[in-house]
Design a protein around this ligand. Sequence first.
Ligand code: BGC
Length: 328
Amino acid sequence: MAQKKWTIILIVLFVLFLYVFFYFIIVTQQLERTVARLQYQPKHMSQYPHIVLISQVFDNPYWRKIENGAKEAAKQYNINIEYTGPLQTSIDEQVKLLEKAIASRVDGIIVQNLKDEAFTPLIDKAISRNIPVITIDADAPKSRRIAYVGTNNFEAGQLLGKAVVSRVDGERAIGVIIGTDTSENQRLRLQGFLSVIAEHPRLQVVSVTSSNISRIQASIQAEQMLRKHPNISVMVGTSALDAIGIRMAVKNLHRENIQIFGFDDVEETMEAIKEGDIVATVVQKPYDMGYSAVKLMVDHLSGKQIDKEHFTAIEVIDRQNVQQGRNK
Ligand code: BGC
């Protein structure tokens, strides 16, 4: 009898213990969420959260699309967005803008990584000061950034490679112009592209150089490349203005038989595809990148868990589908 009584007491105590244990876990999780939310409350309570978006080049058409997406989300979620960037691509300038944003204790930073050594320590510095950083367009995977929003650049490079393989016949020498030789996105695109070309011995990449994302530089570099390697008959560009720069070079040299492949859907590229001067382009979704980056920052600031990687869509546009409605 006494033993039965003790068994019942032990069961009751055990159930009580389980109850207290789970109650403790639930309350701790709620507390953690509340602390996270309070930590990221905007510093200027009277204003909307101030988020800085730092571009590679202020007036580049691709970055303007990112800006438009970010501004649309900012309107929707009551964010004060500040779009900024160097007038011409410059790692130093971009680093200064990042330092300035950290020093002015903004509520969040959205930035592209142009060079690991320069950006990773600064991104980590911002995080240690409770300023969340989201990388956009080019990731800084070794940093403590809270998330990356943009293209899966290795896959985009592969897509470019496949576009070339399926639209070019016979044995060909290929020239490549990349945007920035230090940036994560261009490095991955080139790797992806080369990995596909390597599977087709009839295609050889004979030269790779950088345009510094300038149309004029892309044209100058392409002209030099074509003079040095007259056997090149396919040229590809891996940032938004490279293909139209290559097209200028091809026209200057009267080498219109060269097949050009590019990246992105800036207006001139679309026109050139319609006219048959550019064969195809891998199109990213810069508007979606800007929109999603701001939306994710808002989620984070309000204490929600966000995933570390958000890949936006990519597609190939050529003469067949260029007439269809384009995204913003
Ligand atoms: C790249 C950006 C770059 C832009 C330059 C895009 O393809 O993703 O990193 O700033 O081209 O025009």
